[in-house]
Design a protein around this ligand. Structure first.
Ligand code: APR
Length: 233
């Protein structure tokens, strides 16, 4: 398939866990998905953190360790290269793994936060923390620092939603990659792109609940499809 890039002024890549699958980062709901192995009510929600902060931090250290053992793939690199050669390429991701940034993509809008940040809600501080283990687990106020990730039951950061919505409402090419489209409010963004006139493409290894609203659905693996896609500039 050929996408005539010069026909598009503003491009948004909207990515989910499937975007990092070929790097070795497990998805959430597919086969071998994280939520098949771990009950998010025990490892990835505020209640669990209040009850057993160390257990929740250990789970997220495991995730950090496994992500650090993975490398961005050609699909990630393709997007960062395109961003360098095209005026306006934005990535809106549900992923917390930082793979887009590791591939050199800038200004990534992280809808669900990041594995590489911690925060204290009482002190309203957020701290960058990169590495297998968390450098600091306690805030100076004595509270445990919680991963700056949107867990089940959490509201998304309003400012981040606005940034994402603005990018999506202004884009003319919207490419959704590797998301099942079952988690809201993120799953509402493809419709927002469609209703504001963008040409919408879905890339996934299977059809999703949202496939019907796309102009084009490409069944295939993210890195293979992206590298096969020729962007005629
Ligand atoms: N290339 C493209 N798509 C793929 C690939 C691949 N190599 N491998 C899997 N997929 C697709 C699957 O078919 C599925 O539709 O990626 C999707 C992954 O879906 P989920 O595991 O549900 O992940 P995602 O949609 O990102 O989850 C959304 O849910 O658990 C929460 O906060 C978490 O951000 C996450 C949100």
């Amino acid at each position: 398939m050929v996408i005539d890039i010069k026909n598009y002024k503003k491009i948004v890549f909207f990515t989910g866990a499937g975007m990092s699958a070929e790097s070795g980062v497990p998805t959430y709901r597919g086969s071998g998905g994280i939520w098949h192995k771990y009950n998010y009510e025990e490892f990835a929600c505020q209640d669990a953190f209040d009850r057993h902060p160390q257990k929740v931090l250990d789970f997220h250290e495991l995730r950090r360790k496994s992500v650090l053992e993975c490398q961005p793939h050609n699909g990630h690199k393709f997007i960062s290269e395109l961003q360098k050669s095209h005026n306006y390429v934005t990535v809106v991701t549900q992923n917390i793994d930082g793979m887009h940034q590791r591939a050199g993509t800038e200004n990534v809008i992280e809808l669900h936060g990041s594995l590489w940040r911690l925060r204290c809600d009482d002190c309203s501080i957020t701290i960058d923390d990169i590495g297998e283990s968390f450098t600091n687990k306690k805030c100076k106020c004595g509270n445990y620092l919680r991963p700056d990730i949107t867990w089940f039951g959490d509201m998304l950061n309003e400012k981040v939603i606005q940034q994402a919505s603005e990018a999506i409402r202004n884009c003319d090419l919207f490419i959704s990659i590797g998301t099942s489209g079952v988690v809201w409010p993120a799953a509402g963004f493809p419709q927002e792109a469609k209703s504001t006139g963008a040409y919408c493409v879905e890339i996934n290894t299977e059809r999703t609940e949202l496939s019907g609203l796309f102009d084009e659905v490409i069944i295939g693996k993210a890195s293979e499809v992206l590298t096969d896609l020729s962007f005629r500039t």
